[in-house]
Design a protein around this ligand. Structure first.
Ligand SMILES: NC(=O)c1ccc[n+]([C@@H]2O[C@H](COP(=O)([O-])OP(=O)(O)OC[C@H]3O[C@@H](n4cnc5c(N)ncnc54)[C@H](O)[C@@H]3O)[C@@H](O)[C@H]2O)c1
Length: 429
């Protein structure tokens, strides 16, 4: 199938790179967003998202005349939906499909015979066939008969989106074979990884399985860390040794799981089938409890927390990004402050950030001044490479807590620090 025009709904972390890449590969693309600020920023040739290389790519796309932005969709050969699917509800564990629904509704007047619609937003299983298809059918055209409809999950890693968009294998699930093939013809314009065709619900499951698998794997690593602490075993060494088994690959423990994917997507399966997802729910529980476990480790290291000065290093949900969404580091800092500690947080990518009750430090030195303990919450490169001598020259205390297994133990200990490492039980011989 040949495509000349494309309409991408949602100009966020996924939509803008996708629209820009299609535009620089020759398609006439309209990027749609309902947020007027986003549209205005892009119309001014600026970019509202921090992602390496994106500004250059988007500006090239605008300059070529192939990319425009708009507040509303227009008729096109293909439509891609990349709108948010956050969690909502009193317990914050239900998928909010309202953005997907309104984006789908906005396409209806523009659907034509032979069009292709692709949903990329991460969604609960059967969203494409049970939610999106009936809305599009209001046009009078039937998916699979008059137009093509597919689901294609996005698997890019923030920080490497532009490269991974092109190089990653892409799964495309159609409501029928012709829809999957139409999707393949569209993405083949730039995807160099394998393009794997399946049905729409399988493609939705694939995305959720990938992130749930990682969540469960991290949960078991966290549980191993707790067990290791009890049994006087160093979990980091134990995992390293276990992973020498040719069919074992345990991930790393830490203060919990965050971000907008791995800690969110498993709930889409739980919501869809609570009776069939006990392991997934348990894993979520283990990972959600881990910030409390981490806070207790600091409590054990310091004794009482009330009034104690703590330097908290890093608040992002993972190393070397500025994203604080669902960050367990943020939660550990909040719990420390709630327990009465005087917490100074230093997040080099977001110097103004601190949870309720804690103070944001503009510099590492400010956070360390007067500190009785320093806690490594996120293993940003700058923190991994931190010189304990430099730290000892600033803070009066000699307690260090490493929640990421990132610091060189010998270096910290020979500098005079009592170093406490998550998952490193005291060996009892
Ligand atoms: N960001 C990632 O790394 C990543 C990775 C894989 C999958 N995903 C999934 O991709 C989807 C999009 O994520 P994102 O990070 O790009 O979100 P985002 O919040 O960065 O961007 C979404 C954009 O959609 C716009 N929008 C909302 N409703 C709209 C509508 N009806 N029409 C047009 N625009 C609308 C919003 O204003 C926003 O600018 C989510 O389902 C997410 O789970 C994201």
């Amino acid at each position: 199938m040949n495509f000349e025009t494309l309409c991408v709904l949602g100009m966020g972390y996924i939509g803008l790179p996708t629209a820009s890449t299609f535009a620089t590969h020759g398609l006439k693309v309209v990027g749609v967003d309902v947020n007027q600020r986003v549209v205005d920023v892009l119309r001014n040739g600026e970019v509202h998202i921090q992602e390496p290389g994106l500004r250059t790519l988007a500006q090239a796309a605008f300059r070529s005349g192939n990319l425009r932005v708009s507040e509303r969709p227009e008729p096109a050969d293909a439509f891609i939906i990349t709108v948010p699917t956050p969690l909502v509800g009193e317990d914050g564990k239900r998928a909010d499909l309202s953005y997907v629904i309104s984006a789908t509704e906005s396409i209806v007047p523009h659907l034509r015979t032979g069009s292709l619609v692709v949903l990329e937003s991460t969604c609960p299983p059967r969203t494409t066939v049970d939610v999106v298809a009936p809305i599009l059918a209001r046009s009078g055209l039937q998916p699979g008969t008059h137009f093509h409809l597919a689901y294609s999950p996005e698997r890019v890693l923030p920080g490497q989106i532009l490269r991974e968009l092109i190089e990653n294998a892409r799964v495309i699930g159609g409501v029928d074979r012709a829809s999957a093939e139409a999707g393949r013809d569209l993405y083949a314009l730039f995807v160099r990884g394998d393009i794997l065709l399946t049905d729409a619900t399988t493609a939705e499951m694939v995305k959720l399985m990938e992130n749930t698998y990682r969540d469960v794997n991290i949960a078991i690593a966290n549980e191993f860390a707790r067990l290791a602490e009890r049994f006087g075993v160093d979990v980091w060494r134990a995992i390293e040794l276990a992973n020498r088994h040719p069919r074992v690959s345990v991930l790393r423990p830490g203060p919990g799981v965050g971000g907008h994917c791995i800690s969110v997507d498993p709930w889409f399966l739980v919501e869809a089938a609570p009776d069939l997802s006990t392991l997934i729910q348990q894993a979520r529980q283990v990972n959600d409890d881990q910030p409390t476990h981490a806070m207790n480790l600091v409590r054990r290291a310091l004794g009482d927390l009330a009034g104690r000065r703590v330097a908290a290093l890093g608040l992002a949900y993972k190393p070397d990004v500025d994203d604080l969404r669902q960050s367990p580091a943020l939660e550990v800092a909040r719990l420390l402050a709630q327990a009465g500690a005087q917490v100074r947080c230093y997040e080099p990518y977001r110097r103004e950030a601190a949870p309720a009750g804690a103070e944001a430090s503009p510099s590492l030195e400010h956070a360390l001044e007067g500190a009785e303990a320093v806690v490594l919450l996120v293993d940003h490169k700058v923190f991994r490479e931190l010189d304990p001598e430099h730290v000892a020259g600033i803070m009066p205390g000699r307690v260090a807590v490493d929640l990421r297994g990132a610091w060189n133990r010998e270096a910290w200990q020979t500098t005079g620090f009592a170093l406490h490492v998550l998952g490193a039980g005291q060996s009892r011989g």
